[in-house]
Design a protein around this ligand. Structure first.
Ligand SMILES: *[C@@H]1O[C@H](CO)[C@@H](O)[C@H](O)[C@H]1NC(C)=O
Ligand SMILES: *[C@@H]1O[C@H](CO)[C@@H](O)[C@H](O)[C@H]1NC(C)=O
Ligand SMILES: *[C@@H]1O[C@H](CO)[C@@H](O)[C@H](O)[C@H]1NC(C)=O
Ligand SMILES: *[C@@H]1O[C@H](CO)[C@@H](O)[C@H](O)[C@H]1NC(C)=O
Ligand SMILES: *[C@@H]1O[C@H](CO)[C@@H](O)[C@H](O)[C@H]1NC(C)=O
Ligand SMILES: *[C@@H]1O[C@H](CO)[C@@H](O)[C@H](O)[C@H]1NC(C)=O
Ligand SMILES: *[C@@H]1O[C@H](CO)[C@@H](O)[C@H](O)[C@H]1NC(C)=O
Ligand SMILES: *[C@@H]1O[C@H](CO)[C@@H](O)[C@H](O)[C@H]1NC(C)=O
Length: 390
């Protein structure tokens, strides 16, 4: 009071502004986390690996962030997603073999606490937009029972991008829901646009100064069937091969969707406290238009082309070192403890994943010296990778 009474109006204003900035720092919520997963995107299908690809939005994020050059995933969809959300290798959760087909009653057991559930314990607002593929034979196994406040998307894979039906599957059916309800409002609309719009709505519904957002956006793009609005395919009119031309167009549509999401994040004021992760779920299927050059093999194989994923992280404020290629060993199982640490939480001991935030943040050597590619007793294949050979 004494101090105040002797202050001029101007220095009082100074003090007020200073106090407010101190308070802002103290009250700053945990970082927002946006986790974008592309489906079946090959190593050579992104602009930062292949200048023939038109992915300006992704390239900008990758080049201003950290490009992960040794980021490994499982060779197909369900196993990768199970590791991403549990922090365990798929052979520890029973999902190491292939994907969950429409009539297969597999799921993530209830005793696994999923990443969004952990983040909810830390008071995050959690939303999912896109492809689940982790089981739906009981409501308890579906997204809104596993930590997500809302869900818009599909339970399975390989749907038609416009009708949202798994037309050619062994058990055909419409596969599109909003939360628990079957949702027909977007029939006829390309899924990349539907998902980008929902993601933008979520971004605009949260106040980034007051609550922390975890937004999980596993796009349908660029899985087959090969379908895209003509204008994206026309970008690649010089490509003779029809499958490749369509596939590349699908990648550019995905890029535009990511651009719309990042524009919304910028406009709504998330960027000063945001970590954005982009990764593929597995290597590209070369029989469906993808390209993994110079890596050997394809989706569904344990070769590099099936398991070395295109990935980057972007943040304006949370990374100590940016604009470089990080070659440290990383595995999809590591996102669980790594993201929890960014959120201010801690994973339980015994996980297969390791918190590699120091490596991502500053490029210091990775604590991971080996990983298991997979152990699939039905396919009768297994492999490990170790860092040291000397
Ligand atoms: C990144 O990975 C690719 C594919 O394995 C390899 O050709 C390239 O040399 C790597 N880059 C660095 C900087 O290690
Ligand atoms: C969850 O339950 C399964 C099946 O009973 C078991 O194999 C697995 O070890 C359990 N995992 C955890 C993390 O408790
Ligand atoms: C989450 O919010 C509740 C209610 O406001 C509060 O009691 C709790 O401490 C918060 N937890 C964390 C980890 O911030
Ligand atoms: C889905 O749930 C979210 C969160 O509760 C809600 O905002 C949204 O309106 C719901 N969607 C539908 C179609 O009910
Ligand atoms: C179904 O099969 C037809 C003929 O092979 C193909 O043209 C179409 O793209 C497929 N649709 C889906 C949803 O896979
Ligand atoms: C991106 O946003 C623009 C403007 O709202 C819209 O016209 C376009 O369809 C969106 N693209 C995608 C892929 O969502
Ligand atoms: C990165 O920077 C932050 C803030 O300056 C610091 O606390 C942290 O220790 C740094 N991390 C590493 C691994 O250097
Ligand atoms: C590696 O793990 C050890 C033991 O948990 C820890 O003390 C160290 O900080 C970690 N280093 C990095 C770079 O993550």
């Amino acid at each position: 009071m004494f101090l105040m009474s002797r202050m001029t109006g101007r220095s009082f204003l100074f003090l007020a502004v200073w106090m407010q900035s101190v308070l802002n720092v103290q009250l700053k919520v945990s970082p927002h986390i946006v986790l974008i997963v592309a489906d079946d995107l090959g190593w050579n299908d992104v602009g930062w690996h292949n200048s023939q690809m038109y992915t300006p939005n992704l390239d900008k994020l990758a080049q201003n962030g950290v490009i992960l050059n040794s980021s490994y995933v499982l060779p197909v969809c369900t196993p990768t997603r199970s590791s991403l959300l549990t922090g365990y290798y798929p052979y520890h959760v029973g999902l190491q073999h292939n994907v969950i087909h429409s009539s297969r009653p597999s799921h993530l057991y209830m005793n696994f606490t999923l990443l969004p559930q952990k983040l909810k314990e830390l008071n995050y607002t959690t939303h999912m937009v896109g492809k689940w593929h982790l089981g739906f034979c009981n409501w308890n196994y579906t997204p809104t029972y596993r930590g997500f406040d809302s869900f818009l998307g599909m339970y399975l894979g390989a749907e038609d991008y416009y009708t949202h039906s798994t037309g050619n599957s062994t058990v055909p059916g419409y596969d599109f829901r909003f939360n628990k309800s079957v949702y027909h409002e977007v029939t006829g609309e390309y899924s990349a646009n539907v998902f980008a719009r929902r993601a933008v709505d979520i971004i605009n519904s949260v106040d980034p100064e007051k609550e922390s957002l975890f937004l999980y956006v596993p796009f349908q793009s660029v899985h087959y069937p090969l379908q895209v609005p003509k204008k994206y395919e026309d970008i690649y009119s010089h490509i003779q091969n029809k499958a490749r031309r369509t596939y590349c167009g699908m990648v550019s549509a995905l890029d535009e969707a990511v651009g719309n999401i990042t524009n919304a994040l910028t406009q709504r004021g998330y960027m000063d406290n945001l970590l954005l992760i982009f990764t593929t779920d597995n290597g590209g299927p070369v029989n469906h238009g993808a390209n993994n050059w110079p890596l050997r093999g394809s989706k569904n194989t344990l070769w590099e082309g099936g398991t070395k994923g295109a990935a980057f992280v972007y943040s304006k404020t949370l990374l100590n070192k940016t604009k470089y290629v990080n070659t440290e060993m990383f595995h999809v199982v590591d996102w669980f403890p790594t993201l929890l640490s960014v959120a201010g939480g801690k994973a339980e001991p015994g996980l297969d994943g390791i918190n590699l935030w120091p490596t991502i943040q500053s490029g210091v050597p990775s604590n991971r010296s080996m990983f298991v590619y997979n152990i699939d007793e039905i396919m009768q294949n297994a492999a490990i990778r170790t860092a040291s050979v000397a």
